[in-house]
Design a protein around this ligand. Structure first.
Ligand code: URA
Length: 205
């Protein structure tokens, strides 16, 4: 249930090192989320896809990219000839951040401090999976991965960035490709995802 304004944050501890996602109190987003949504996929998948945060559907289901953005991502994977089994899919932030508008839980962008708090989990996933290629879906993922503000999304499109032993490719977020106001920009955004997936294929074989 949503917490009321003015509650105390005594149980939030940015230095906590929790063992499980469900116990995470590194930021306050857990309070209004149904559950934390971790990444899914093969342990040593060669490609890791990183989104922003779970959406409404993901928050309820407990799995990443199972809602409308996930359907578009599946379409991009199919166009690029990459199977969903070959990729590990996660998000920069593991809890759904939202505000009520009418009866709908509307997505809210995570704050920098929330992205930073959740890097604790992303780092563990990167250590476990050790992907050859990481695709940042949107600016939040790119900033969580590159840890700086100099890699803007637009300037990073089409480039191969380095992060340790992995390559990082940037693409627009599938939700942007769904919601952008005109058809051409939706298609262009979608094609950045397909292009990154194709480029990733080239880098892994
Ligand atoms: N958008 C994301 O960034 N991640 C999801 O899991 C769903 C929608």
């Amino acid at each position: 249930t949503p917490s009321s304004p003015g509650h105390d944050d005594g149980d939030v501890d940015p230095d906590q090192r929790p063992k499980t996602l469900g116990a995470c109190r590194r930021c306050r987003l857990w309070r209004n989320a149904t559950q934390a949504v971790g990444g899914e996929g093969k342990r040593h998948a060669p490609i890791m896809l990183v989104g922003e945060q779970p959406g409404d559907k993901e928050d309820l289901a407990g799995h990443p990219f199972v809602g409308p953005a996930g359907a578009l991502l599946d379409k991009a994977l199919a166009q690029a000839g990459v199977s969903r089994d070959a990729v590990y899919i996660t998000n920069a932030v593991k809890h759904f951040k939202w505000e009520l508008r009418g009866k709908r839980r509307m997505h809210k962008s995570p704050a920098q401090a929330e992205i930073h708090a959740c890097e604790y989990w992303l780092d563990q996933e990167l250590d476990d999976v050790q992907p050859r290629v990481i695709i940042a879906l949107g600016a939040t993922a790119l900033s969580a991965l590159m840890r700086d503000r100099k890699h803007t999304l637009k300037a990073s499109l089409g480039k191969t960035l380095e992060r340790g032993d992995s390559c990082v490719l940037a693409a627009y977020h599938p939700s942007f490709a769904l919601r952008s106001p005109n058809r051409e920009s939706r298609e262009a955004a979608f094609q950045t995802i397909v292009a990154a997936l194709k480029r990733a294929r080239g880098l892994i074989d």
